[in-house]
Design a protein around this ligand. Sequence first.
Ligand code: A3P
Length: 295
Amino acid sequence: MSTLAENAMKAGVNMELVMDDGKVQVALMLDRLKNAKVLPIRDDDILLCTYPKSGTHWTWEILNMIVAGKAEYAKHWQNSTWLEYRTKEELETLASPRILHTHLRPSQLPETVWYKGCKVVYVTRNPKDCVVSSYNQLSKQVWKDNPAGKASYTGTWDDFIEFFLKGCIPPVPYFEHAIEWTNISEAKKDFEICRVHYEDMKQDCVREIRRMADYLGRPLSDKTYYDISEACSLMNLKHANEKLKDQTYHFQWQDGASGYFRKGITGDWKNWFTVAQSERFDKVYKERLNETFPY
Ligand code: A3P
C-alpha cells in the first residue's frame, strides 16, 4: 500500500516527500529539523511563528520596524532569519535582538525557547485563505535552478484541498500545527505568547502593531505605528522586497511570480471553494479540532 507521501507525489506534489513519525515531510528537511531542535537561542530572541501563508512576511517586517523604532525596511530578506532553513553559523551572524521566523510546531523548536525569556509572536489566518494562497504559490513556483522546470505542485485544485486536509502539503501539516499551538499556553503556563490574527491586522493594523510593540516592551508613538502600518501595506512591502532588499536569501522563481505578495485580502477562498469543498473542509476541521469552523 502506498504511503500518504507517495500518493501526494503521484498526484502532483513535485518534491521528495517521506513519512516521518507518521507525518508527511519534505525529505531535505529531516536533517534541518534535527539541527533546529538544538540551535542556540538567545535571551532576547523574538520568534515569529506562523502556519505558511498566514502573513509571515508582513508581520516579520512589522516586528523589525518595531525593534528599529522607525518605519524603515530591514535590509535583509526574511529568509536569512528562517530558523529551520539557516545553519547555526548563519544564525549566529545575526545581530541581537534576532527576529527569527519559523513554521515549526512548538515541539520542534529548541527547548530553550521556553526558558530563555524570548518573545513569541504567533500569527494565524483563516486556513481556507491559507490553502488558496498556498495553492497559488506552489502551482506557480518554479525554482530558477530547477532543470525539470516544473512547478512545486502540478495537480488539481480539488486534490490540493484533500492533501491539505490530510497533512500532505509542505512544509507542515495544518492540523498538527494548529493543535500544538492552541495547546501550548496550557502546556507552558508561565510563558506569554502574543497571538495575532491576519484578519485583525487587515481590520486595524495600527492597533495590532501597538499590541505587538507593547508585548515586546517597546512602545512607540502613535505616528510611528501609523508610519509602520503604511510602510507595510501590501504594495509598499512588495516594492521594498523586490527592489530595495538584499536578495541573497530570496528564492528565485522562473517567471518572477511572487506568492509572498499576491492579493492580501480576507475571504479570497470564496472565489475558489465550491460549496461541497467548503462543507468538506468544515467537516474535517470540526473532526480534527473539535470545534465548528470559526470563520
Ligand atoms: P495571498 O496569497 O492570499 O494574497 P506568507 O508571508 O506567510 O507567505 O503569507 C503570504 C500571504 O500574505 C499572501 O496572501 C500575501 O499576499 C499576504 N500579504 C503579504 N503582505 C501583506 C500585507 N502587507 N497586507 C496584507 N496581506 C499581505
